[in-house]
Design a protein around this ligand. Structure first.
Ligand code: GSH
Length: 203
């Protein structure tokens, strides 16, 4: 198998953090999204939506979508469990994965495409869309902070895939995209510092 990746991209990074937490090593090949290598015909044949990461299995099956790739490895290597162990924990982790995607990653992605100079050539940018989504991202950060006032990690007392996804998302949002969170979100900051200190954060 081979993992086609662009390790600093927020979606591939989810998988790298997840794999490091699981202790799984996978052969990787970096594909340059800046030159749009991932949009050439051989890559579109692997993933028609064009994004990375893509996991290509030995039988030629290609799995795209970062979380589908993580779930593939979770089924093969259940320990340590990062997607829950019973109905309740699995549902809570899924709930938080969806909340992170819809309330944090989507608005950050909108600020990225509509408000960043590096994406200016890709689409006709709408500055108002960027500004509106800065507000949505701030609400998403607050949602996480409120949760983290009650729990050590995003979905409860233990580290899960929701933490891996949230870390990749927050680092992208607060870093390259330039959407910081308020200093008043002290529980988010405490969590952010803690998960950033884990070896998986630099995977
Ligand atoms: N929902 C997909 C998103 C994939 C995606 O958008 N990947 C970005 C890298 S973070 C990418 O490849 N961008 C370049 C492009 O789409 O051409 C996932 O979770 O894997």
């Amino acid at each position: 198998m081979i993992l086609y990746t662009y390790p600093t991209g927020p979606n591939p990074r989810r998988v790298h953090i997840y794999l490091a937490e699981k202790g799984i090593q996978v052969p990787c090949e970096t594909v340059d999204i800046l030159t749009r290598r991932n949009r050439e015909p051989d890559f579109l044949a692997r993933n028609p939506t064009g994004g990375l990461p893509i996991l290509e299995l030995d039988d030629g099956t290609c799995i795209s979508e970062s979380l589908a790739i993580c779930r593939y490895f979770e089924a093969l290597h259940p320990d340590p469990p990062l997607f829950g162990t019973d109905a309740k924990s699995q549902a809570m982790i899924e709930m938080w994965l969806r909340r992170i995607e819809l309330n944090v990653m989507v608005p950050i992605g909108m600020v990225w495409v509509h408000g960043h100079r590096l994406t200016a050539k890709l689409i006709k940018q709408i500055p108002e869309a960027a500004e509106q989504n800065r507000v949505r991202a701030a609400l998403g950060y607050k949602l996480l902070d409120d949760q983290l006032a009650q729990t050590a990690f995003i979905a409860g007392d233990t580290y899960t895939a929701a933490d891996a996804v949230a870390l990749a998302t927050l680092d992208f949002g607060t870093g390259l995209v330039g959407v910081p969170y308020e200093d008043s979100l002290t529980d988010l900051k405490r969590w952010h510092d803690a998960v950033s200190a884990r070896p998986s954060a630099s995977a």
